[in-house]
Ligand binder design. Structure first.
Ligand code: ZN
Length: 956
């Protein structure tokens, strides 16, 4: 084996420094960092404990973990004999008195995870430098996008090659069960040939060799298997090792090309020859369409299988020929290989390989996918803030993959924008709601008064600009080389044209380049590369090129910036500058520092502080360019950037931020605003009927507003501020308020005014001051009096969760409330393991509220926050508050008593599929009840520090 691999053309690319880095001593700190960087939600091992658990108990288990990990790296031996039996004891209580208060934890799986994580971390750092071009999978600095575009370019070549003697073919190959068939000796021989030193090889071998697993049957592990080949699924090291294994395949193909047994494909005479594109197990091979080459390829595949265990499943592979191979030949060659024909609908890495003349036809499926998503959400009652999250995290991310590679038709982009907007405004079938704001204004960043949604057209261009940036930054990459060979063989990327019959991929890159060029700037060194008059190189004049004096332009000349530099002196030549530019421009130029050394000019990205391209900044550039073109006016606003930042950074619930945002943008649906938008409604104040319902009336002059301001004791804040325009008033007020809680209080007043008003409008209730005061003081206390942090909503999962063991048998949280009439209330919550054992307990006090139902809801909200704090990804909440539980399970947020908090809690369950709530009888909720009673009896400040778990002790 070793000799056969040694004969392959694999470059010895692992240097001595790389080896030194790979095998450097592992220090305790590295172990600790690795543990703390591990995902809290990572699936628990056989012991059921997640990374989060180990982090929480690091003080207790830390030393043992570090010792175990380090012993592997110093001895090179995995502690296999301890497998399954290596235990450590975690105290269940603070003062351990008996062995029953200790919980045994098996460390082994966790330790193995850390070890491979450390190895993977080190290996992935050097992988981009040692793996040949043509395979991009799992490697940090190369991208799936490049492989997609390469595949597309090569297929485009085959599709358009109608003449010439040589015909070509592309074979999309399917590797069978790739991971578990990897032969270890082959992998190790490749590692050796690449130059990995023996220590590293030893570590890798030890990880492979020591792996063993048991099978869970009826909940108990049984059997013990020790494989002799293959890589483990889910091990962070496996994908990287698989890439190295594939490197052996690439070498076999290279050898065949060297021996003239295979030819590969060149998309143009000066483009590199490409024989393969690997992306994990989704791979393409390219060869000439001859019997000889097909047979040679079969030999290579057989050899690879024999060496590595990797088998190509030809029955599942497909082939595609260039147009100049006649059909009978195509059929004959496909039969020799035993493969089918590649269909038009076939996809490579999730994208269509062949793009039809009608782009709309090719990409239409994006619209369908988006509509499907939006339709699913429409049935639910969602707050603005929830919609914002959904749109940003899912709807806009949906077409990201495609939009990073190809230009979408403009009509499709507009259509997608339209669908998202319709979802946001809540259009029903055949009935559209009022557009309170133009969608392009909604798409402005939050700091400019928008919601920060993305417009598909501009975002698409920003994503494509990134490809251009990579071509500039990495001209040696395979994609850059292929493009250069075909489209700009003797020129520069920035001057390249479409040429005849360009691929859609290349046209997309050029479209992105249009944007890229607007943001590229020369960082001046010696000035020899940048054109004095045509290139952007003056930071302050990025989008407005400098005006120069055309009289001094030499005949047919295009001077470089070097013209106006006193070389070697690190300064500008005043005399020449004055000759070329007007005095203001000269002043600006002289602020650019110059090096004394001879340093080349460098193209940088103007719109980031580090000069490196970012999609986000490119998107903002695209939007502002669109605005400059005058296709839309920026809406005039009294708000400035800092005021918007103040709003969005404020520590108040998202829902309330959107509410304030509506006020400041003057788009709150008051009767007057509705009337202005042609809704047949009387523009009167629905509460007092005294004058039109403007925002000024609603929030300042209406009796409700006056009463609530008075009640809050915050009236003084607005004294002396102009009251004729409420948004302006609020903006000034926000600027005045320095303490965050005070802002929260102001928002609480505004929100309650709006809710009370809606109460009158929608519930038809008569408005009464006693009720108003009660509601307000209840809400005010709840927001201001309690240190309740509103739990931040986790983004909804983008993939359906699997029903792994951690999910099916989830944790349970039981909660209960306890009230003392006319005084205060309290709540208890206990976290139970899937087996029902009480793991933790927690109690809280709620001053000022004695309505048992309200208390139950507040305690539930606290319980959610508490559980999220423990890092569990799914939990079933159990309680005896039937009203609340029914409301949540029926997705019904309407309840005047529970109000906004119910909406908030409901929203949490709506967007968090792992969490559910269930009713249980009082008798089964005894423990939570005990905790709640205990919390009620404690001195107010005590409840926060009281150790409920210990106190429960024998009571459970
Ligand atoms: Zn009024």
């Amino acid at each position: 084996m070793g000799e056969r691999v040694a004969a392959l053309p694999i470059a010895r690319s692992v240097t001595q420094e790389m080896n030194a880095g790979l095998t450097a001593a592992v220090l305790p700190d590295e172990v600790r960092k690795t543990v703390f960087a591990m995902g809290a939600k990572q699936a628990p091992g056989s012991d059921g404990f997640t990374g989060k658990f180990f982090k929480a108990f690091w003080g207790i288990v830390g030393d043992s973990v570090v010792d175990a990990v380090c012993s592997f790296f110093t001895s090179g031996r995995m502690l296999r004999s301890f497998n399954h039996t290596w235990l450590t004891l975690i105290p269940k209580v603070d003062n351990v008195e008996s062995i029953r208060q200790l919980r045994p934890i098996s460390l082994c799986q966790f330790v193995y995870k850390i070890i491979t994580k450390i190895l993977a971390e080190r290996l992935s750092g050097i992988l981009p430098n040692i793996v040949s071009s043509g395979q991009n999978a799992f490697i940090r600095d190369r991208q799936i996008v490049e492989n997609i575009l390469l595949g597309h370019e090569l297929m485009h070549y085959l599709k358009t090659k109608k003449q010439g003697k040589k015909g070509y073919m592309a074979l999309k190959v399917d590797m069978e069960k790739a991971y578990d068939r990897v032969e270890w000796p082959f992998l190790l021989a490749v590692l050796d040939k690449m130059g990995f030193n023996t220590v590293w090889q030893g570590w890798i071998y030890e990880c492979l060799r020591s792996s063993s697993f048991s099978v869970l049957m009826n909940g108990t592990p049984s059997g013990f298997f020790r494989p002799s080949r293959g890589l483990r699924q889910g091990d962070p090291l496996s994908p990287l090792l698989f890439v190295l294994c594939t490197e052996g395949f690439a070498a076999l193909l290279r050898k065949a090309i060297e021996d003239k047994k295979l030819e590969g494909v060149k998309v143009a005479p000066r483009a590199p020859r490409t024989s393969h594109l690997f992306f994990a197990d989704d791979s393409y091979l390219f060869l000439r369409g001859t019997l000889q080459e097909c047979e040679n390829l079969i030999t290579v595949l057989n050899e690879y299988e024999e060496l590595s265990g990797q088998r190509v499943n030809l029955a599942k592979s497909a082939v595609c020929f260039s147009k100049n191979v006649v059909v009978p030949d195509q059929e004959f060659l496909a039969a020799i290989l035993g493969v089918g024909a590649l269909g038009v609908q076939d996809k490579y890495l999730g994208l269509p390989t062949l793009i039809a003349r009608s782009k709309m036809e090719t990409f239409r499926y994006l619209e369908e996918k988006l509509l499907e998503r939006l339709q699913g959400w429409k049935r639910r009652t969602l707050s603005w803030a929830a919609k914002e999250t959904l749109i940003k995290s899912i709807a806009l991310a949906l077409p990201l993959h495609v939009m990073s590679c190809f230009k979408m038709p403009l009509s499709l982009c507009r259509l997608l924008d339209k669908h998202v907007a319709r979802f946001w405004w809540g259009d029903e079938e055949g009935h559209s709601r009022i557009r309170w704001m133009a969608w392009r204004d909604m798409c402005k960043s939050k700091h400019e008064g928008g919601m920060g949604f993305r417009r598909f057209e501009q975002f698409n261009q920003a994503l494509l600009a990134k490809i251009g940036w990579r071509i500039l930054a990495e001209p040696q990459s395979l994609l850059a080389q292929v493009y250069k060979g075909k489209y700009f063989p003797s020129g520069h990327f920035l001057n390249a044209k479409a040429r005849s019959r360009p691929s859609w991929g290349w046209q997309s890159v050029l479209y992105g380049r249009d944007l890229l060029e607007m943001g590229l700037r020369w960082q001046i060194g010696n000035g020899h590369s940048a054109s004095l008059l045509r290139s952007p190189w003056i930071p302050q004049l990025q989008l407005d090129p400098p005006r120069y004096n055309p009289v001094v332009l030499p005949e047919g000349g295009d001077p470089t910036v070097a013209e106006v530099i006193c070389q070697g002196e690190g300064r500008w030549c005043d005399r020449k500058l004055n000759q070329w530019f007007d005095p203001p421009t000269c002043r600006i130029i002289k602020t650019i520092p110059l090096p004394r050394q001879n340093i080349e000019d460098k193209l940088i990205w103007h719109f980031t502080s580090d000069g490196v391209f970012s999609v986000k900044s490119a998107y903002h550039l695209a939007v502002s360019l669109d605005r400059r073109r005058g296709s839309w006016r920026a809406s005039a606003s009294w708000m400035d950037r800092s005021s918007w930042i103040r709003l969005w950074d404020a520590n108040i619930p998202p829902k309330l931020k959107v509410f304030v945002w509506q006020i400041l943008n003057r788009i709150l649906p008051t009767t007057e605003a509705l009337f202005e938008r042609k809704v047949p409604i009387l523009p009167r104040c629905p509460v007092c009927w005294d004058g039109p319902e403007t925002m000024e009336h609603l929030f300042l002059d209406c009796p409700v507003a006056r009463a609530l301001w008075g009640l809050s004791g915050l009236e003084y804040l607005g004294e002396g501020l102009p009251r004729h325009t409420f948004p302006l008033f609020l903006k000034r007020l926000m600027a005045l308020i320095q303490q965050p809680p005070l802002f929260m209080a102001v928002v609480a007043v505004l929100w309650r005014i709006w809710r009370s008003r809606n109460w009158v409008v929608f519930e038809g209730k008569q408005f009464g001051f006693p009720a108003l005061m009660r509601q307000f003081s209840q809400q005010y206390e709840e927001w201001m009096g309690l240190p309740i942090e509103v739990p931040s909503m986790p983004p909804p999962p983008t993939v359906p969760r699997s029903d792994g063991p951690g999910q099916a048998a989830g944790f349970i949280c039981q909660w209960d409330g306890a009230t003392r009439k006319g005084s205060h209330s309290a709540g208890g919550m206990v976290l139970r393991s899937p087996a029902g054992e009480v793991l933790m307990a927690h109690g809280i006090q709620i001053p000022g509220i004695d309505d048992p139902v309200v208390v139950e809801l507040l305690v539930l909200r606290e319980a959610i926050a508490w559980c999220l704090g423990q890092g569990v990804s799914g939990i079933r909440f159990e309680g005896d508050a039937k009203i609340i539980i029914d409301k949540i399970n029926c997705r019904d947020a309407r309840d005047s008593r529970l109000g906004a908090v119910l909406e908030e809690v409901l929203h949490f369950f709506v967007i968090s599929p792992g969490f559910s709530v269930r009713f249980i009888g009082r008798s089964r909720n005894r423990v939570a009840h005990l905790v709640a009673r205990k919390a009620l009896s404690l001195y107010p400040t005590m409840s926060r520090f009281f150790d409920f778990r210990t106190w429960l002790g024998s009571r459970v």
